[in-house]
Design a protein around this ligand. Structure first.
Ligand SMILES: Nc1nc2c(c(=O)[nH]1)N[C@H]1C(S)=C(S)[C@@H](COP(=O)(O)O)O[C@H]1N2
Ligand SMILES: [Mo]
Length: 439
């Protein structure tokens, strides 16, 4: 069965009430949520968290990094590189380029500048005692959770290594523009465009790990689970962050990564090992991977039933299918409100990307989207990554301007003028107006 057909099947099962989110059916879940007085978007309500420690004396310890601008993130978050949002840190696009417009950051974002999206807080995991545990009806012999197939980090490193260059992007990236451009209020982290980064990831193909563990012919769904503290919001404990992944995608191109940009993963980005699911919403790329259930039937968790799906007037009554591909986006490596001189030529830098395919072209407008001119592509466009571009702009008259960049990918997806509203503000892919002042 292909992935789309499988997703449709899961949706039908869900709507028929067969699907259960860990023993809680949808109606009960909605009742619990409304009783708690919160909107049904707990994944996005970054405040009111009550993180509990996953394990007191296992291989996992609390980061305890409550000193910086974002509690629970271990690495330093200098204000010139990051904007803090609740438990998350957004990358500043203007930090990718020196103020003189000189040397920029390469295609990959250095680890110390990479955005962080944590539901709770970064756990510190001992790589020597850590084990990845696989179990479930989709493995031969159907090992149970108490007697799983285990891999140490050394076991994983002894399997053939693979490397991919891929984006990591939050489904909520650019969410704030629903409000600022479309006057549609949505809850959750108000990212501008910095909930995305590109890195070189090295590890082992998930397909190889599954084969090694003994994949059974009837396997259809995986449930990768993180070792971070349980996600608790509005009085409901949703358990550890975990989101089902269809086997078809797992076998296609998913990496179980232990390195990022040539170095072992750092705590904030999932050490000792995480998934990297190319092209898909970031939530699929589970960090601090502890276990993977492999099942011969569909699997559910709140992260594919209520969070990271589309709800709203333009979506089916029960919500859209669980989110997969990211939409196309473009960003300028320039501060919002940057001041530029009239009568001289400015080389503007930016990047464009799409989850569905490589970038085909990028166009820039400085007149409110009436006329567009091609930007010059500076990278060979590749799937699952962004393409850097430049655009020479010579504004003659002083005054306020809005710059716009839009991309079209190789499947013909073009960034629209407006994004279709959804209640949680996922996948904002419309063209973003970037204000600058010419003096
Ligand atoms: N275990 C776990 N995995 C997780 C998350 C999390 O909170 N816990 N956040 C997810 C989300 S929503 C995103 S966008 C990416 C962010 O990866 P990064 O923090 O390395 O940039 O990790 C994903 N994996
Ligand atoms: Mo995310």
């Amino acid at each position: 069965m292909d992935e789309a057909a499988y997703d449709r099947l899961r949706r039908r099962q869900w709507l028929a009430g067969e699907a259960r989110a860990d023993g809680v059916d949808r109606r009960t879940l909605l009742r619990l949520l409304s009783a708690a007085g919160v909107v049904t978007t707990p994944a996005l309500a970054d405040t009111a968290l009550a993180p509990s420690q996953a394990s007191a004396d296992g291989p996992v310890a609390a980061a305890g990094a409550a000193t910086g601008p974002v509690p629970g993130i271990v690495k330093p978050l200098p204000a010139e590189w990051f904007v803090p949002h609740g438990t998350n840190a957004e990358m500043r696009w203007d930090a990718l380029r020196d103020t003189d417009g000189g040397t920029g950051i390469g295609r990959h974002i250095p680890v110390e500048r990479f955005f962080v999206r944590n539901h709770t807080s970064t756990p510190l995991i001992d790589p020597d005692t850590w084990r990845l545990k696989l179990f479930g009806t989709g493995l031969s012999g159907a090992p149970t959770a108490d007697r799983p197939v285990e891999f140490s980090l050394a076991d994983l490193r002894s399997l053939p290594a693979a490397r991919i260059s891929a984006l990591m992007e939050c489904a909520g990236n650019a969410r704030s523009y629903f409000l600022t451009q479309q006057h549609q209020a949505v809850p959750g982290t108000p990212w501008t465009l910095g909930g995305v980064g590109s890195a070189s990831w090295r590890g082992v193909r998930l397909a190889d790990v599954l084969r090694e563990a003994g994949l059974a012919p009837g396997a259809v769904d995986l449930l990768p689970t993180g070792l971070d503290p349980s996600y608790v919001v509005g009085g409901t404990d949703y358990g550890p962050v975990r989101r089902p992944l269809p086997l078809a995608k797992a076998l296609e191109d998913v990496l179980l990564a232990y390195e990022m940009n040539g170095e072992p993963l750092t705590p904030d980005h999932g050490a000792p090992a995480r998934l990297v699911v190319p092209g898909w919403v970031g939530i699929a790329s589970i960090k601090w991977l502890g276990s993977i259930e492999v099942a011969d039937g569909p699997l559910y968790s709140p992260w594919n039933t209520d969070f990271y799906r589309m709800f709203g007037p333009d979506y089916p009554p029960g919500g859209g299918v669980p989110l997969t591909d990211q939409v196309a986006k473009s960003a300028f490596e320039l501060a919002a409100g940057a001041v530029l001189e009239a009568g001289s030529t400015h080389r503007l830098h930016g990047r464009s990307w799409s989850g569905a395919a490589a970038v085909r072209r990028v166009e820039v407008s400085s007149d409110g989207g009436r006329t567009w001119r091609r930007a010059e592509l500076r990278d060979e466009p590749r799937a699952h990554n962004w393409t850097r571009w430049t655009f020479d702009w010579r504004p003659e008259r002083p005054g306020p301007y809005e710059l716009r960049a839009r991309t079209t990918d190789r499947r013909g997806n073009t960034q629209p003028r407006t994004a279709v509203f959804n209640r949680e503000g996922y996948l904002f892919g419309a063209v973003v107006a970037h204000p600058v002042t010419v003096v």
